[in-house]
Design a protein around this ligand. Structure first.
Ligand code: NI
Length: 139
C-alpha cells in the first residue's frame, strides 16, 4: 500500500449514521477510513471477478454426506482434472456422515467459476458457496 491520501466525503446524515453503525460492528480495530478502504477493495475484487479472463482466487466451501454413492470419488475426479487450478483442499469430518471441504482455486475467473459449478453440480453436495477473493495484484 502506498502513501495515504486524505479526501473528504459528503453523504446524507442518515447514511453516515448507518455507516458508523457498520464501523462499530467491525470492532475497535477498524475506523471509518479502514472500513471505506475495505469497501473499495470489495468493489474492486467484484469488478475483477466480472472480467472472465482476470486471474483471480476463489474459496469454495461444500458440505456433503460421504455415504452418498461415490460422491467423494466424483469430487476427487473433478479436482484431479483441474489440479493446476486447485491450490489446496481442506477436508473436515463434521460428524459421522457430513464432510466439509474448503477448496482454494486460482486461475482465470471463467475457469474458477466453471470448476466451482461442476463441483456444486455433483449430486449429493448439500450446500456450497464460492467466495471471491483476490490475488492482491490490483489492491
Ligand atoms: Ni469426511
Amino acid at each position: 500500500m502506498g502513501e495515504l491520501v486524505r479526501f473528504s466525503v459528503a453523504m446524507p446524515e442518515e447514511l453516515l449514521m448507518q455507516f458508523d453503525n457498520l464501523v462499530a460492528r467491525r470492532g475497535l480495530a477498524k475506523n471509518r477510513s479502514e472500513v471505506i478502504r475495505d469497501l473499495v477493495r470489495t468493489s474492486l475484487v467484484d469488478e475483477e471477478w466480472d472480467d472472465p479472463d482476470a486471474e483471480i482466487v476463489g474459496t469454495l466451501s461444500i458440505v456433503f454426506d460421504h455415504h452418498a454413492s461415490d460422491l467423494q470419488g466424483k469430487l476427487d475426479l473433478i479436482q484431479h482434472a483441474h489440479y493446476d487450478k486447485i491450490v489446496s483442499t481442506m477436508h473436515v469430518h463434521l460428524d459421522a456422515h457430513n464432510c466439509l471441504e474448503v477448496i482454494v482455486l486460482r486461475g482465470q475467473s471463467k475457469q474458477v467459476r466453471a470448476i466451482a459449478e461442476a463441483i456444486l453440480g455433483v449430486k449429493g453436495v448439500k450446500h456450497g458457496r464460492l467466495t471471491a477473493t483476490t490475488t492482491g495484484k490490483y489492491i
